[in-house]
Write a protein that binds this ligand. Structure first.
Ligand code: ADP
Length: 354
């Protein structure tokens, strides 16, 4: 059968040269030598032309298709890097290009699955490690009490308080993880509404009132901050974002007069919220990683202050669910500035008053 380009070329060349020579032999006066020359010429030129055409455009492309399908079966998608720019109307080239596009999509899917798998593994390792610490601590105190310490009233109270503190820490981790997973999976729907962002920041400040009074901490608005700006966002979740940021500014303060200053900048369609502190700051090498789950610069300080290592991850997720993102500028020992933008809103009674 016609299994390669040579046999196809041979057959077509023989047919063309026989037909051409036969037609020519019907013309009177053509010598036998001339017929032979015509036969040889038409045979060789048709053979060469057909051979190259069939080999390059048909068998070559089929070979490529076959080769790519075989590699795809073996889950080898490395050929997606190959250049396939050859512009051609040849349908086989088009099929080849389709295969390449399909393989590229598959390769991307495989890469994403691999990334997700490694992320899942890392996450399980991190979470086990984080849960282990408070569980072990609480377990230790309870067992010591059971082993006899319970009889001593002073030790009993002290150990019970310590066990309770560890369990509170555990509860905070679980609550934070729940928030992240709910925002990420979209279980909790965004409840977007118009609200006054100045008021919301003040509400967060009020939460820290007691602590601020005791510890020389000033929570204020920038002198030039516009008042009564409205945003269109999920009020409850933005409260959590600002709460986490202000709480961090307080947790990571220096041993001196601390301030947190809120500024609002009105853009054409958005309102930018900026929170600035004069805390311990974050060095450049850590900045890119502070939004990762469980990433802490100083683990003991974070734990001691009740941190879960999830606060900024929650901030990032909530803002992403608002199609926004968190920005940070910080200098070690000088302080940090976190900012994000929200869609501009309208006062509640806007529609009634026009
Ligand atoms: P944590 O529960 O440890 O506070 P976060 O996710 O809120 O976790 O923050 C991650 C890390 O980023 C913190 O452990 C801290 O080292 C650093 N950080 C966050 N906010 C500030 C800030 N305002 N000033 C200095 N360091 C900060």
């Amino acid at each position: 059968m016609l299994s390669n380009s040579k046999s196809v070329a041979l057959l077509i060349a023989a047919a063309v040269s026989i037909i051409t020579t036969s037609f020519l032999s019907l013309v009177n006066g053509v010598p036998a030598g001339g017929l032979i020359v015509v036969f040889v010429l038409s045979f060789s030129s048709t053979y060469i032309l057909t051979y190259f055409t069939v080999d390059v455009f048909i068998f070559g492309q089929i070979e490529k298709i076959n080769n790519r399908i075989t590699r795809m079966k073996a889950e080898d998608f490395s050929f997606v890097e190959e250049d396939n720019k050859a512009a051609s109307g040849n349908p086989l080239t088009k099929i080849n290009r389709e295969i390449l596009t399909y393989a590229r999509t598959k390769q991307q899917e495989i890469d994403e699955l691999r990334k997700a798998e490694s992320f899942r593994r890392e996450f399980i390792a991190d979470i086990s490690h984080e849960l282990k610490t408070p569980i072990f601590a609480a377990q230790g105190f309870v067992h010591t009490l059971l082993d006899g310490a319970v009889k001593d009233k002073n030790v009993r109270n002290k150990f019970l308080k310590k066990a309770a503190k560890s369990l509170d820490g555990l509860d905070r981790i679980v609550q934070d993880l729940l928030t992240i997973s709910q925002v990420e999976t979209g279980v909790i729907k965004m409840e977007l509404e118009n609200f006054n962002i100045n008021e919301l920041i003040q509400e967060v400040y009020d939460q820290f009132e007691g602590k601020a009074e005791k510890k020389d901490i000033e929570l204020k608005f920038d002198d030039f901050c516009p008042t009564d700006l409205y945003v269109f966002a999920d009020r409850h979740k933005i409260f959590q974002v600002i709460l986490n940021l202000v709480s961090n500014s307080i947790k990571y303060r220096k041993e001196e007069q601390t301030f947190v200053i809120a500024s609002l900048v009105e853009h054409e369609r958005e309102v930018e919220v900026i929170l600035k502190d004069n805390g311990i700051g974050i060095s450049e090498k850590h900045i890119a990683r502070i939004f990762e789950r469980f990433y802490r610069i100083d683990k003991s300080r974070s734990r001691e202050k009740g941190g879960t290592g999830l606060g900024l991850s929650i901030v990032k997720h909530i803002l992403e669910a608002h199609q926004s993102h968190i920005m940070v500028q910080s200098k070690q020992n000088q302080g940090s500035e976190f900012s994000f933008k929200l869609q501009k809103g309208r006062p509640y009674n806007w529609s009634r008053e026009g």
